[in-house]
Design a protein. Structure first.
Length: 220
């Protein structure tokens, strides 16, 4: 797969984000993360979505290269061993990861980029990019989460039980994120997601052209 081949990734240890935002979004499966993400990004065409790779099989409606790069274990391990992954982890028996070269290209071009990853990946990214903005999406209760997973009918009862055994370790870290969005109302959650992006853009730019004019006035 050409989009998943070695792309000449550079050493990112000394990179910083000069203009674009690096946003990381995490959530337990069934929280509505993907729906919120793609609905929210309709209002932010300048924010690019970084497609992660996974060894799991695509679910109904998922498109290769749009939702994920669906790759084989061999393809994934080749990229991992070559050091081409910014972060990677095994979740519920499937591997997930992000190519360094994709993030490099976005940030070097001054674009904002959003990644969808688990908590392990999120904090590995933050180690390399302390300015990364972390957003966690969660349903209002464990009962609601279980109900949504069952209604989705993409998981077997055994798979759901496995997820719930693993959820405490993941969800317990949500208070370390910059923002927590509770998805009890979809439209409200999308609005909050958009508000976070707008607030972080303002924080990052600080309206520098306007400040420049006022500094001239203040300093004479």
């Amino acid at each position: 797969m050409k989009t998943w081949s070695r792309c000449g990734a550079k050493d990112m240890s000394e990179k910083t984000m000069s203009e674009g935002l690096l946003i990381v979004i995490s959530a337990p499966s069934g929280a509505g993360k993907t729906s919120i993400l793609f609905e929210g990004l309709k209002k932010h065409p300048d924010v690019k979505f970084s497609v992660s790779a996974t060894t799991r099989k695509p679910r109904d409606g998922e498109v290769d290269g749009v939702n994920y790069y669906f790759v084989s274990d061999v393809e994934f391990d080749t990229a991992r061993i070559a050091g081409d992954l910014l972060e990677w982890n095994t979740v519920h028996g499937n591997k997930y990861g992000t190519l360094k070269s994709i993030i490099e290209e976005f940030l070097e071009n001054g674009n904002s980029v959003i990644l969808d990853t688990d908590t392990v990946g999120a904090f590995n990214i933050r180690k390399q990019f302390p300015e990364a903005v972390l957003i966690f999406i969660v349903p209002p209760s464990p009962e609601v989460l279980r109900e949504r997973l069952e209604q989705r009918k993409t998981e077997s009862p055994e798979s759901i039980e496995t997820r719930f055994r693993n959820y405490p370790g993941e969800i317990s870290r949500m208070d370390e994120y910059d923002y927590i969005i509770v998805n009890d109302d979809f439209d409200k959650a999308v609005s909050q997601f958009n508000s976070v992006i707008e607030a972080e853009k303002i924080k990052r730019t600080k309206n520098l052209p306007v400040l420049s004019e006022w500094r001239k006035y203040i300093n004479g």
